[in-house]
Design a protein around this ligand. Sequence first.
Ligand code: COA
Length: 273
Amino acid sequence: MMLEPKIRLLSRHDEYRECERLQEAVWGGLSVSSEVMVVTQKYGGVVLGAWLGKKMAGFIYAFLGRRGRMLIHWSHMMAVAPAYRDRGLGFKMKLAHRRLALDRGIRSIGWTFDPLQSRNAALNIRRLGARVEDYVVDCYGHFPSIIERGLPSDRFLVSWPIASAAVIKRLREGPPARQVLPPACINKTALNSCGLLENGPIHYTLTAPHLLLEIPLHTDIMREQNLALARGWRLKTRRIFQHYFSAGYRVKDFIPPGGTSNGRCFYVLERRG
Ligand SMILES: CC(C)(COP(=O)(O)OP(=O)(O)OC[C@H]1O[C@@H](n2cnc3c(N)ncnc32)[C@H](O)[C@@H]1OP(=O)(O)O)[C@@H](O)C(=O)NCCC(=O)NCCS
């Protein structure tokens, strides 16, 4: 049984150092140093840690930013150490960040995530109710992260309107019960002889109100075993999202493995207007 995590702001220098070590363990390098974390914490941002006993199992780093006329928190990094994933820690840290931000009068938190990371999609879209606002090609240029080495760093840009009725409802009621999957599927897929998901025909002319787009369950494993296939997924899904976003579709939901999706996972796109 996992201990109940203690989630709070970092305050001591050894805690910032521990956060540096966690960044290195997760991404293979340091993105934000202790010095920058200390000043971020002092001047409007948030550096939150989640402790299990004495061990820092996860953290969030967010700085104060401005979007138009609105002050926001930009959550540049969040990580949970691999051994502690899939136990709701990421979700609990996001809730703690939301409470802190609301207390400071912040009403929106933004961040980016890789659309091919299905765990992140499940957490961000389905559990938290964050909204995908844009698709950014190769967002960070050459990105040294060990998670996606060899792939262009494409990202969804999301905003989480933390005081909105939609987010309050999503957090209070949880994700919608498993719905019937929309019949219109953008990509037809199959597992290859190594058990890796491959794309077959892709449809760019669909006009149904809701469309499904399947993505791999474990892009990290695919990237390690077959980089060319993972790059193919990156380029094909980039084209699909760009095409359907410019045709008026938006990401409506994410269907994780389990339940009706039978071990597969899908984005649901919805046509607007
Ligand atoms: C993203 C990250 C922080 C999530 O942390 P976490 O503690 O595992 O998150 P949670 O347990 O709260 O939520 C994960 C959800 O994904 C689901 N999930 C797990 N594996 C999945 C998969 N392969 N595909 C789809 N969903 C999956 C889990 O069931 C859970 O959903 P649920 O709560 O409805 O059951 C963590 O995976 C991580 O550190 N990743 C590497 C760094 C990173 O990508 N950071 C974010 C961008 S900066």
